[in-house]
Design a protein around this ligand. Structure first.
Ligand SMILES: Nc1ncnc2c1ncn2[C@@H]1O[C@H](COP(=O)(O)OP(=O)(O)O)[C@@H](O)[C@H]1O
Ligand SMILES: [Mg+2]
Length: 387
């Protein structure tokens, strides 16, 4: 710890009285006074430190501030100062990667030492958003209805969230009118599309959190409340803004994409580094998978080729279902992966509400999805959104 220079360090200070320290402990720093809502802009305007005067805000504002900070993918160091520091708030604050509290009254030396300690632990000055770890976004879409796109999007998101890297995952159900992801997960969709449509221009990390349904520690769901008019009510800009903000807040974004093209579909897919087209093993589905993946590839024109995943592979062939090799012949290309059929596991999990990985962890579906995820996540991202 010790003598980290404050010169030019960007500090966001929440609370008017903190301005007093601009000529004292924080001399030389680039001190900016703000309020709790400014925290939502941190992904776009990174700062080196956030300083909060607990005595300047009401308890709900402080709680909201800590919630916003903990939702950030890369949270700057946070120092909370004040005379009355509520225990619950302090506990949540200390769960952040790099945070500290300082009880008032304190001397300028004590403040400087706490700030320097946090900056020293944080390392070099805050990077620009581009330089921060890029999020990765995969789209999952069905070649035909019922192919298993929603099921596999859920299992893929769950598998990513279970990785020991501790990365945060957001599953977004883009079947805005009648998405099934929330029901499959036994969760409540939280996004009222009418409210969302109106908020779209102002949508930021904090607002996104209001629409999120937490599924597990590392997995959040973004899904709309059932609404037959949703596709007309929500503009292209709103959907794209939502995806942009989600990519700023999470390490992984998994999209369950409806197969009928919407005004935002191609741009959403263009921002993804993988597009997975899910097919089942019937000839009509395979033909649709081939046509659909060609359509996407040509429309994007970026060289991004969708990968075809064959779902519900039977371990033994009953009747005239095509084998994987026959399927690939119909597709005129190699399939990326196959996922075994396990009706019992899929139905039981949907009925109980939750991923198959939770209710039937030994199912072959879970193992097959894990292999797929490890292979794709291990490969470098094919498309950089920073470009
Ligand atoms: N690998 C699988 N084995 C058995 N059943 C599956 C499998 N994948 C999906 N299902 C079942 O198929 C049905 C349709 O799946 P769903 O994910 O809703 O498809 P989509 O989103 O493509 O319309 C659901 O009942 C689901 O439980
Ligand atoms: Mg679906």
């Amino acid at each position: 710890m010790g003598n980290v220079r404050l010169q030019g360090r960007r500090i966001l200070a929440l609370g008017q009285s903190l301005a007093l320290h601009a000529k004292g402990a924080l001399a030389g720093a680039d001190l900016e006074l703000g309020s709790v809502v400014d925290l939502a802009e941190l992904p776009l305007r990174p700062r080196d430190l956030v300083l909060i005067d607990a005595d300047a805000w009401e308890a709900p504002d402080l709680a909201a501030a800590v919630k916003t900070l903990s939702a950030l993918k890369s949270c700057p160091p946070v120092l909370l100062v004040g005379e009355s520091l509520p225990t619950g708030l302090v506990r949540n604050l200390l769960r952040l990667d790099n945070s500290d509290v300082l009880e008032a009254p304190f001397t300028e030396e004590q403040l400087l030492s706490a700030v320097q300690g946090l900056l020293a632990a944080a390392g070099p000055a805050a990077a620009s958003p581009q330089a921060a770890g890029e999020s990765r976004c995969w789209a999952v879409t069905g070649a035909v209805g019922g192919a298993g796109a929603t099921t596999l999007a859920i299992e893929i998101a769950t598998a990513l969230a279970a990785r020991p890297t501790g990365e945060r995952v957001c599953l977004i159900d883009l079947n805005l009118a009648d998405g099934a992801a929330a029901a499959y997960l036994g969760a409540q969709a939280a996004m009222r599309l009418a409210d969302f449509g109106q908020a779209a221009e102002r949508l930021d990390a904090a607002m996104l959190q209001a629409f999120i349904t937490p599924i597990s520690k590392q997995l959040d769901l973004l899904a709309g409340v059932r609404d037959p008019g949703a596709f007309d009510a929500v503009s292209r800009e709103a959907v794209l803004r939502m995806l942009e903000v989600a990519c700023e807040c999470y390490d992984w974004v998994i999209l369950d994409v409806p197969r009928h093209r919407r005004p935002w579909t191609l741009e959403a897919l263009a921002g993804c580094d993988e597009v997975l087209v899910i097919s089942e093993l019937t000839v009509p589905a395979l033909l649709a998978a081939r046509a659909y993946s060609d359509e996407i590839e040509h429309a994007l024109g970026s060289g991004l080729k969708p990968r075809i995943v064959l779902n519900r592979l039977a371990s033994r062939m009953f009747g005239p279902a095509p084998s994987m090799a026959e399927a690939e012949r119909a597709l005129q290309r190699k399939a990326e992966a196959g996922v075994s059929s396990d009706w019992e596991a899929a139905a039981a999990s949907a009925n109980l509400g939750g991923p198959i990985a939770q209710h039937r962890p030994k199912s072959k579906i879970v193992k097959d999805v894990q292999l797929l995820v490890e292979r794709l996540a291990g490969a470098p991202a094919r498309n950089s959104k920073a470009a």
